[in-house]
Design a protein around this ligand. Structure first.
Ligand code: WT7
Length: 642
């Protein structure tokens, strides 16, 4: 039975109440131009005010997405300079290291000075407006400094998550032609060291275009420095002027590239631009988290993912908030880490992923009970559908029924949250991201693209542009159009399936394309398959998702070996670690089945539907297998299930 949690006392004083939401939603639908003109003016500080607001079309004939096109602004100025007069001495970032209590507090004034100094370092190293800079860093203050320094001078940052392999890093550096890379000697996660600089060295063997590597000293490990190429961060900033003017950027100038997996081919460089992205991350942070002056906000994501961009750095800082940067993991040194840290730092708003909630829930309530969590006012969830059991535990045990949960649906492509409750306006239903934010027009369509009305289920599309949406795939505008706007002409296709109930609430059911959501991180099945096939003993591979108790989805790989190769547990282990080193630990298959053959149609197309069913353990009803070239392989696969 569906339970409704009405807006409660905890939301008292929220800026947007029920009537407010209805009014804003109607207003944005009736007059998007006027709505976004006002929002952009009151949320951001412009160097040159815009006169144009919305210029967008999702149709092939006049496809274009442009917002505030003649306005100029600077992201670092919005996140730092404009706060100096009113809150220069307020803490902007609380950094919490891997070891509990290893903490650093940086005020807005200090952050501003560090960013200006580092921006001058970038300039001195030849970085100009429009140049790409790749960041491969732990969750340290320098990561935020480097991001903001790029934005201050108009350079485009591309962050590569520290868990990605040297090969993945090399591909991303090459794709956007970065000439400068910023990294650290090592990262620390859960008491283990991550050889970031050594990984960069391996990657750069394939990236001759990189001229400079700036290296943060994080652990003090003994690492190799390449003469003439590698420079220590601390040496580079020494004595550098902390005065650096903020470059006036056009609203549509590129802000950052972030690579994300798709259903086909190599990861896409999602490009976000300056004005629309900053407006979206700032306004959604303010409204969805109902952020109040002086509060401490903790989003546990890494800046290597979009959640870290929008809700660790840009959204909070644009609002003058105090944001926590966490360089650790939820289960180190023990399963109470989150809750103990919340108490110690006085966290008011906590935003994490269902996978972390499920992992901690399994360890029992005792770890939570050791903490008071008195400071908590609001909880958030992101990255994948949250199952009602995890929702209930988060609400009842962590939030002690005091804290509303905002389940926020969005994507790397959307720049920020599109569907989520507003704490003072929306009754909650566990497992539903509830309703679209003002200005967001979701629709459900059937396979042919017909718009479905009322309570129904279908594919989730967005019918009109919003300022925070991605503008292109780096270097491949055609792929951008094909991927998102060609399936259902005139609409942005999210790749998600979704149900809408009689109250107009949205329930995301998961990806409908060949993308797997592993622990809230997106993985393309094609990427894992090509990594497997690159192994000398592998002839063919097919990868599908399977239900996983903690990760949400796990990776299930079917592997056909070359003639003469024999399956063995050693080879299975070897292939798993092969994928780990080709892509990164998150891509390592949870289950790997050696298959004598794969189910294919007579035209040679792999029938993934059947592979998915077998991986799910749902073998009683495999559907029509008569079109298979060799129906016999199905029985073999069922028998060999792991
Ligand atoms: C995909 C986007 C959003 C930032 C982190 C992931 C799934 C995301 C939810 C949610 C159900 C969700 C979707 C989406 N997803 N949030 N609250 N409920 N599903 O960003 O890597 O770009 O992945 O994550 O399937 O398409 P991403």
């Amino acid at each position: 039975m569906e339970i409704l949690y009405p807006v409660g006392d905890a939301a008292t004083g929220a800026r947007i109440d029920r009537a407010g939401y209805e009014r804003l939603y109607a207003e944005a639908a009736r007059d998007p131009e006027g709505y976004w003109r006002d929002e952009a003016r009151r949320t951001l500080e412009w160097i040159t005010p815009f006169t144009q607001v919305k210029d967008t079309s999702f149709d092939a004939a006049d496809f274009r997405i442009s917002w505030f096109a003649d306005g100029e602004l600077n992201v670092a100025a919005n996140c730092l300079d404009r706060h100096l007069a009113t809150r220069g001495d307020q803490v902007a970032i609380i950094w919490e290291g891997d070891e509990p209590g290893e903490t650093r507090r940086v005020t807005y004034r200090e952050l501003h000075a560090e960013v200006c100094r580092f921006a001058n370092v970038l300039k001195a190293n030849g970085v100009r407006k429009g140049d790409r800079v790749t960041l491969y860093l732990p969750m340290i203050v320098e990561a935020a400094v480097a991001m903001l320094a790029c934005t201050r001078i108009g350079a485009i940052h591309s962050i590569v998550f520290g868990g990605f392999s040297p090969d993945s890093l090399a591909n991303r550096i090459q794709d956007c032609d970065s000439r400068l890379v910023i990294t650290a000697d090592e990262g620390c996660r859960g008491g283990k060291r991550i050889p970031l600089k050594a990984n960069v060295d391996k990657a750069l063997a394939h990236c001759p275009g990189v001229e400079r590597v700036l290296v943060v000293r994080r652990t003090g490990a003994d690492i190799a420095m390449v003469e003439g190429r590698d420079v220590w961060w601390h040496a580079a900033v020494e004595g550098v002027d902390a005065d650096c003017p903020a470059e006036p950027m056009n609203a549509e100038d590129p802000l950052f590239i972030l690579y994300t997996s798709g259903s086909t081919g190599k990861p896409k460089g999602v490009l976000h631009t300056t004005g629309g992205y900053l407006l979206w991350s700032a306004a959604t942070f303010r409204d969805v988290f109902d952020y109040r002056e002086g509060e401490v906000f903790w989003c546990t994501a890494d800046v290597g993912w979009v959640t870290g961009h929008s809700y660790v750095v840009y959204g909070p800082l644009a609002n003058g908030a105090t944001t926590v940067m966490f360089d650790g993991v939820p289960n180190y040194p023990d399963h109470g880490r989150f809750w103990e840290t919340i108490d110690r730092l006085g966290v008011n708003i906590f935003y994490t992923a269902p996978t972390a909630i499920r992992a901690l829930m399994r360890e029992g309530d005792g770890w939570v009970a050791k903490s008071s969590r008195r400071s908590l006012r609001l909880l958030g969830s992101v990255g994948e559908p949250i199952n009602p059991e995890a929702w209930d535990w988060y609400h009842r045990v962590v939030g002690e029924r005091r804290c509303p949960i905002v389940d926020t649906w969005w994507q790397t492509e959307t720049g920020g949250i599109l569907i989520a409750p507003l704490p003072g306006a929306t009754d909650l239903k566990p497992g539903s991201a509830t309703k679209p934010l003002p200005g967001v027009r979701p629709q459900l369509v059937d396979a042919e693209g017909a718009v479905l009305e009322g309570a129904t289920e279908g594919n989730l599309v967005i019918a009109d542009s919003w300022p925070g949406q991605m503008r292109t795939v780096w270097n491949d505008h055609e792929r951008f159009f094909q991927t998102y706007f060609s399936t259902y002409p005139g609409k942005y296709f999210t790749g998600d399936g979704c149900r809408r109930d009689a109250d107009g609430y949205y329930w995301i059911t998961g990806r409908v394309d060949d993308v797997i959501n592993v622990s809230g991180h997106r993985m393309g099945t094609a990427e894992v398959e090509s990594a497997l096939v690159a192994h000398p003993k592998v002839a063919e591979a097919a990868v599908v998702g399977m239900p996983h108790e903690v990760k949400g989805q796990g990776i299930y790989a079917y592997v056909t070996l070359n003639a003469g190769e024999a399956p063995s547990d050693e080879l299975r282990a070897e292939l798993r670690s092969w994928v780990r080193s080709e892509i990164g630990p998150i891509a390592s298959p949870d289950a790997l089945q050696f298959a004598p053959g794969l189910p294919k149609t007579r035209s040679g197309k792999i029938m993934r539907r059947i592979l998915r069913k077998i991986a799910e353990g749902d073998v009683s009803n495999l559907g029509d297998t008569s079109t298979l070239a060799d129906p016999g392989v199905v029985e073999q696969l069922v028998a060999g299930r792991v």
